[in-house]
Design a protein around this ligand. Structure first.
Ligand code: C2E
Ligand code: MG
Ligand code: MG
Ligand code: MG
Length: 292
């Protein structure tokens, strides 16, 4: 702890002080504690999923929702994935956590369908560590079997950089998933340097243009060039293209003009609870109140 670190630092003399500064120690300790908490979080049922709708730009229909994990910590409150997914990756905890996400997203999607809502595709983020697991395929099959969800309503999102770590392995795994009937999209596209010749061998249905190219889309000519290039690349390779992080009318106008297929972002909706999705779909259908 900080007192002991301070004492130790004094013992070692001034020159060494910076290496034992309490702030440094506290961060390391904080990290260690958070890791312990993360280990228990699954058993304590502290994770929850929010869902962000994805909208067809031509029809305006919601056709899919991306599952986004949150950690509801008893004293720290709601923790964003960027704060614990990297740690979960490092420790390998991402494997059981990712498994939970997969099962929960499939279960929830089937529950929406059983409640009579128009069927959606649920999109689940898969991290590098999870993707490399030998039994990924059987885990996906388990989630589908346990939930009773039809495979055509499940999509996995893998990042472009994950694929580029080991293209051969990634393509082999994606081929197996595709033969199961699971759709795959490439997340954060544009940030991972895939070569165009590699891209055409990827068995994917969709490219997600990274938010960083969408943020300043209305004014930044470089971002406009990247976004329109990705859209026409998608068209030529027969892949759908979705823009993520869409917040303004100007961004939508650009995407429409350039024939982008789909969008996801705060402009339409932030990530919401499962009930929030049900409410939204009921409203689209004609305005009933959904059952609690
Ligand atoms: P991602 O998969 O690229 O997800 C999109 C992120 O952008 C989400 O952040 C979403 O809330 C945010 N976003 C969407 N639209 C807008 C917008 O209009 N404006 C702004 N400012 N942000 C927007 P979130 O939920 O914090 O997730 C961050 C990342 O954490 C995800 O990026 C994904 O890489 C990872 N992640 C989330 N859930 C999971 C999961 O279940 N498993 C794994 N392995 N990773 C996950
Ligand atoms: Mg994603
Ligand atoms: Mg993304
Ligand atoms: Mg992103």
């Amino acid at each position: 702890n900080a007192d002991a670190a301070m004492y130790r630092a004094k013992e070692l003399g001034r020159d060494n002080f910076q290496f034992y500064a309490p702030e440094f120690n506290a961060t390391a300790q904080e990290k260690f504690l958070l890791q312990e908490e993360l280990r228990n979080a699954l058993a304590r049922a502290e994770f929850t999923l929010l869902y962000q709708p994805q909208v067809d730009l031509r029809s305006g229909n919601v056709f899919a929702a991306e599952a986004l994990i949150r950690w509801n910590h008893p004293s720290l409150g709601l923790i964003a994935p960027m704060k614990f997914i990297p740690m979960a990756e490092e420790t390998g905890l991402i494997v059981p956590i990712g498994d939970w996400v997969l099962h929960e997203a499939c279960r929830q999607n089937k529950a929406w369908q059983d409640a009579g809502l128009p069927p959606l595709v649920v999109c689940v983020n898969v991290s590098a560590r999870q993707f490399k697991e030998k039994n990924l395929i059987s885990r996906v099959v388990d989630a589908l079997t346990n939930s009773g969800l039809d495979v055509k309503y499940l999509e996995l999102e893998v990042t472009e950089s994950l694929i580029m770590q080991n293209v051969e392995m990634a393509v082999a795994t994606m081929n197996q998933l595709q033969s199961l009937g699971v759709q795959i999209s490439i997340d954060d596209f544009g940030t991972g340097y895939s070569s165009l010749s590699a891209l055409k061998t990827f068995p994917v249905a969709r490219l997600k243009i990274d938010k960083s190219f969408i943020n300043d889309l209305a004014t930044d000519e470089n971002d406009q060039a990247v976004a329109s290039a990705v859209i026409s690349l998608g068209q030529k390779l027969n892949l759908r293209v979705i823009a993520e992080g869409v917040e303004t009318d100007d961004q939508i106008a650009f995407l429409r003009k350039n024939n982008c297929d789909e969008m996801q972002g705060y402009h339409f909706s932030k990530p919401v609870s499962a009930h929030g999705i049900a409410r939204l779909l009921y409203k689209e259908q004609g305005g009933h109140t959904p059952p609690e």
